[in-house]
Structure formats: structure tokens, C-alpha cells
Ligand binder design. Structure first.
Ligand SMILES: NC(=O)c1ccc[n+]([C@@H]2O[C@H](COP(=O)([O-])OP(=O)(O)OC[C@H]3O[C@@H](n4cnc5c(N)ncnc54)[C@H](O)[C@@H]3O)[C@@H](O)[C@H]2O)c1
Ligand SMILES: CCCCCCCCCC=O
Length: 536
């Protein structure tokens, strides 16, 4: 037996010798990769491409972003056709809700990337006044982007834009739930952007889990909070940092003194867009009982205005993504009173825009994020009760308040917490790239959009470059530590410098003078010490 093992080992060594002697690196990689899963291969390819260093060049990144921009201008028809099949969105709807925002984001990055990627000089203290102190943004490495199905382009490509801009490689995993879109993404992305640096891996839970076994430098996940925990657990094994863009029940308080007709128009749009399958959709309404009927009537009017008398045949009204979600949403109706809508058709995954009245906090519809076209109204006696009720639940992704009164708006903002906060509108904060977008607590970890994406997917390296001169200034920090030195240290460390170029020069001159005085004082003190002490 031992002889057989020995023979096998010798054979292996000869095999390895022959491979390394006669094969190129590419061939060795190929032979080795045959034994790897498709997901492992994608990660290995991305890492190898990252290690070439080409994504470090800002020009290269900008070029990739321009290619991505071209994808959206040239392939709109294919993108829209797939989204139509997946979620019944119209071509205009797909552009409005998905690709328009991406085009804006790419333009913003192309315009600002050089500035964002450049070293950022920071405030210094007097101690480091003559040093160069700056933040050097650098790529993290290989990022895993896991997308969700509800806005499949928006939530998968937006993190990718950040990853590309920050100089990373990225493995893109679109949601398998959007069957058609995930295929289009797999086909189109490699035509436009570097397919080694940014490979697309399609598949479902087993494929995602296989990806999660690999080592990444960041995992950017969009989806529900339960799977968010699975992602974080897998990431912890490699100490990989995560961004989790999750969901939750986003409350909407309508103050009795506001223009109820306008408030309901905006809420109706926010709720029923994409058939309620929006991470920041207003999940439920809180209002005083005296305005509940008015709210119901106004929402009903808007449903008719936006989606006609028969939303089922209206091209702007979407569908529930699949039968599993259809059943999940329908089950929430069981113990509630329907005030508007309720019609449904399982074979078409259709649920009409629905309003529920006098809903209790214990009702089924209040136990989890609805993610469908049901709008429960919970009567509350006051703003205080609304705030209490909101604070009883998990921290939501968005919080909406409709009121003409700034005091009401400010109380709602100051006495609650949520990922984002909007007064007198719904959803639109998502379109402002200068605002961080993300959750807090159960609704997520980390934020992105615009420069926040760039910073999130960069390592912000703190750098200090000192000259080997002016050693005298450093005496205050070297032992023996004395109270006098501590006094100087307090002065130099606790005082920050925030001046322009001219001021910097003046301060430098002042610092040199102070240093000269310090050195003089110290040397004169040393002169007065007994000879034996100075020698020791
Ligand atoms: N914060 C945001 O920006 C944002 C955006 C969109 C959606 N969402 C939230 O996402 C949720 C809806 O998406 P979803 O979760 O149904 O999407 P989903 O079913 O598409 O899942 C998301 C991703 O997770 C992977 N996945 C699913 N189960 C897994 C498992 N057990 N192990 C490993 N990977 C797994 C899938 O392959 C998919 O790529 C809602 O809660 C919504 O609020 C949040
Ligand atoms: C102009 C408003 C656009 C809103 C798009 C909302 C996308 C949300 C992604 C999460 O589900």
C-alpha cells in the first residue's frame, strides 16, 4: 500500500514538473481551473484581473464607465423587453424607474471621479503641521455584488458603478427571480465592460452560496433582512466587510392639517409603483380616525386617475413577481377590512391596488414588509401615538410624514430613526445622489449612491509623510517624559491648523521659530545640568 502511495506521489511530482516546464501560466491556470466550480473560476479570474493592476488607473475606470453608459443608450430595447416579461413594466417605466437613475449616476462618476480618487488633504495639528497628511482612497480588491429582483438593473448596476469607480474587480450576481433580466445582464455586460474584471454569475441560492464560500474584499447585498443575516454570517468567516441594503416596513404619517388630496396623490404613486414591490414604498398609513375616510376616497380617486377603472389592463400597472410572492401577499389580507380593491388573479399574478381600513397593529399585514399593492390604514389618536407605534417596530428604510407644520416634521424626524426621512413626498430621495441611501438597524448596514458609493467601496487610507528634518521638534514626545514636555505636547497636539496656503506658510515660519526656542531652552537647560547627568 505504502509503495503504491509512493508511486502516486512520484507520478504527481513528475506531472507537476512537466506542467510547469512545458505549459504557459495561462495553460496552468486553465488546467487548475478545470477542477473549480463556475463560481470559483469567476472569482479567481476577477482576482487575477485585479492583480494585473489595470483597474488602478482612473482613466481605465472612466473608460469602463463610459462603456457601461453606452450599454444603456444602445440596448434599451433588450433591457425593456426583459423587464416587461419579468415585472410587466412598460419601456418608459423601465427607463424612468431603473435606467435613468443609472445614466445619471454614471455621468456623475465620470465627471467627479478624478477629484474623488485624488488624495484628500486633511486638517492637521501643530505637531504635524510641516508634514503632508492626506487620505489616499484605494481599491479594496474583489467585490461581490448580489442584486435583488424588484428593480433588477437599478439595484445591481448601481453598486457595480461604485465598485468600478473605486478601482475594484466585481463579481456580479443578478437575482435569479428576474429570469429574463438576469439573462440579458449575463449576455450584455461582458460585451461592454471588462469581462475578466467584472464577471457575471447567474444562478439561484446554491450558486450564491457557492460564491459566498469564496473570499471577497467586500460583499454588497441587496435583498431581504433574513438572507442579509446569511450573507453577514458567510462574510464573517473571511472577515469580509458588508453593505446590506435591506427593507422593512416604511411608515407614512398623514397629519390632519395637511392638503390630504396632494398627500394621497404622492402616497398612491409611492405605494403602487411597481405593484408595491419597492424597498422604500410607504408600507402603511398612520392618521387620525377623523381623516381616514377622506384618505380612502382620495387614494381611490388617484388609483383611478393613474391606473384607470381596470388596473389589470393598464400598461402602467405591474404584476407580482411570481406565484410564491402572490400567495404571500394574498395571505396578508385574511384578517383585514378591504376598503378599496382586493380583486386578484393568481394565474396572472395580479393583485389590484388595495386599501385596508381600521387595521390593528396585530393584523397579519402588519407583521412583515408587505412588498405588494396593499395599503393598510392604522388610525392613531395623535402624533405622539404615531411616534410610539413607529418606535415599537424595527428601524425602517424610509419614513414619510405629510404635514404643513415644520414642528410636526421636526418632531417626527427627531423622535424616530430610519434609513432616510422624507416630508411631504415619497421615493424621490432615492434620486438625489448627494444623499446617502441605506438603512439602519434591521433595514441595513452602510449606505451608497454617488460619492457615498465610491467611499463605501474604497479603502480610505490615512497617510502621513514626514521629512527627516527638524528632529528637535520631536523631543517633546521622546522619553524621559516630563511635565514640561507634556505642556508642549498639549499645545502642539490639541491645536489644529485650518488655514489657506498663505496662512500655512506663516504658521510654518511660526513653528520653526517655536522649535528654535524649544531647542534653545532645552540646550540651555542641559548646559546647567551636572556633567555626569548629561553624559548618561
Ligand atoms: N435597500 C434597498 O436598496 C433594497 C432594494 C431592493 C430590494 N430591497 C429589499 O429586498 C427584499 C426583496 O428582495 P428579495 O430578498 O426577495 O430578493 P431575491 O429573492 O432576489 O434575493 C436577493 C439575492 O439573494 C440571493 N439569495 C436568496 N436567498 C439566499 C440564500 N438563502 N442564501 C444566499 N443567497 C440567497 C438571491 O440569489 C438573490 O441574488 C425586500 O425586503 C426589499 O425591501 C432593498
Ligand atoms: C424618481 C423616483 C425613482 C424611484 C425609484 C425607486 C427604486 C427603489 C429601489 C428599491 O427598491
Amino acid at each position: 500500500k505504502r509503495a503504491a502511495v509512493g508511486e502516486l506521489c512520484i507520478f504527481k511530482v513528475i506531472h507537476l514538473f512537466l506542467i510547469s516546464a512545458f505549459c504557459s501560466f495561462e495553460e496552468i491556470f486553465f488546467i487548475w481551473s478545470q477542477k473549480m466550480s463556475r463560481e470559483q473560476q469567476a472569482v479567481a479570474r476577477a482576482r487575477k484581473a485585479f492583480e494585473t493592476g489595470r483597474s488602478k488607473s482612473v482613466e481605465y475606470r472612466i473608460n469602463q464607465l463610459k462603456n457601461l453608459q453606452r450599454l444603456f443608450s444602445e440596448r434599451q430595447k433588450e433591457i425593456a423587453a426583459a423587464i416587461k416579461k419579468d415585472l410587466n413594466k412598460t419601456e418608459v417605466g423601465a427607463q424612468f424607474y431603473e435606467t435613468l437613475g443609472l445614466e445619471g449616476e454614471i455621468s456623475l462618476f465620470i465627471k467627479n471621479l478624478k477629484e474623488w480618487a485624488a488624495p484628500r488633504h486633511v486638517k492637521k495639528n501643530l505637531l504635524t503641521m510641516s508634514d503632508t497628511v492626506y487620505i489616499h482612497p484605494e481599491p479594496l480588491g474583489v467585490v461581490l455584488v448580489i442584486g435583488a429582483w424588484n428593480y433588477p438593473w437599478a439595484v445591481t448596476i448601481r453598486p457595480l458603478i461604485g465598485a468600478i469607480a473605486a478601482g475594484n474587480a466585481a463579481v456580479v450576481k443578478p437575482s435569479e427571480v428576474c429570469v429574463h433580466t438576469s439573462k440579458v445582464m449575463e449576455d450584455l455586460l461582458p460585451i461592454y465592460i471588462d469581462k475578466e474584471l467584472y464577471p457575471v454569475v447567474t444562478g439561484g441560492v446554491p450558486e450564491t452560496q457557492e460564491l459566498l464560500r469564496q473570499k471577497f474584499d467586500h460583499i454588497f447585498y441587496t435583498g431581504n433582512s433574513t438572507v442579509g443575516k446569511v450573507i453577514m454570517e458567510a462574510a464573517a468567516k473571511h472577515l469580509t466587510p458588508v453593505t446590506l441594503e435591506l427593507g422593512g416596513k416604511s411608515p407614512c404619517y398623514i397629519d390632519k392639517n395637511c392638503d390630504i388630496s396632494i398627500a394621497c396623490r404622492r402616497v398612491t404613486w409611492g405605494k403602487y409603483s411597481n405593484c408595491g414591490q419597492t424597498c422604500i414604498a410607504p408600507d402603511y398609513i398612520l392618521c387620525e380616525p377623523s381623516i381616514q375616510n377622506r384618505v380612502i376616497e382620495e387614494v381611490k380617486k388617484c388609483i383611478k386617475e393613474f391606473y384607470t377603472d381596470n388596473p389589470k389592463t393598464c400598461p402602467d400597472y405591474g404584476r407580482i413577481i411570481n406565484q410564491r410572492h402572490f400567495k404571500r401577499v394574498m395571505a396578508m389580507l385574511e384578517d383585514s377590512n378591504i376598503a378599496v380593491g382586493g380583486e386578484n388573479d393568481e394565474s396572472d399574478c395580479y393583485i389590484a391596488p388595495t386599501v385596508l381600513r381600521d387595521v390593528k397593529p396585530e393584523a397579519k399585514v402588519m407583521q412583515e414588509e408587505i412588498f405588494g399593492p396593499l395599503l393598510p390604514i392604522l388610525p392613531v389618536s395623535s402624533l405622539d401615538e404615531a411616534i410610539k407605534l413607529i418606535n415599537k417596530g424595527e428601524k425602517p428604510l424610509a419614513l414619510y410624514v405629510f404635514s404643513p407644520d415644520n414642528k410636526v416634521i421636526e418632531r417626527m424626524r427627531d423622535e424616530t430613526s430610519s434609513g432616510g426621512f422624507l416630508a411631504n413626498d415619497c421615493l424621490v430621495h432615492y434620486s438625489v445622489s448627494a444623499l446617502p441611501f441605506g438603512g439602519v438597524g434591521n433595514s441595513g448596514i452602510g449606505c451608497y449612491h454617488g460619492k457615498f458609493s465610491f467611499d463605501r467601496l474604497s479603502h480610505l487610507r490615512g497617510c502621513l509623510v514626514k521629512k527627516l528634518k527638524m528632529e528637535g521638534v520631536n523631543d517633546m514626545r521622546y522619553p524621559p517624559h516630563t511635565l514640561k514636555k507634556l505642556g508642549w505636547a498639549r499645545f502642539f497636539i490639541l491645536n489644529t491648523v485650518d488655514v489657506g496656503w498663505v496662512g500655512r506658510m506663516a504658521l510654518l515660519a511660526a513653528l520653526v521659530m517655536v522649535a528654535a526656542v524649544v531647542i534653545q531652552v532645552m540646550t540651555s537647560q542641559m548646559r546647567h545640568l551636572p556633567l555626569s547627568l548629561t553624559l548618561s
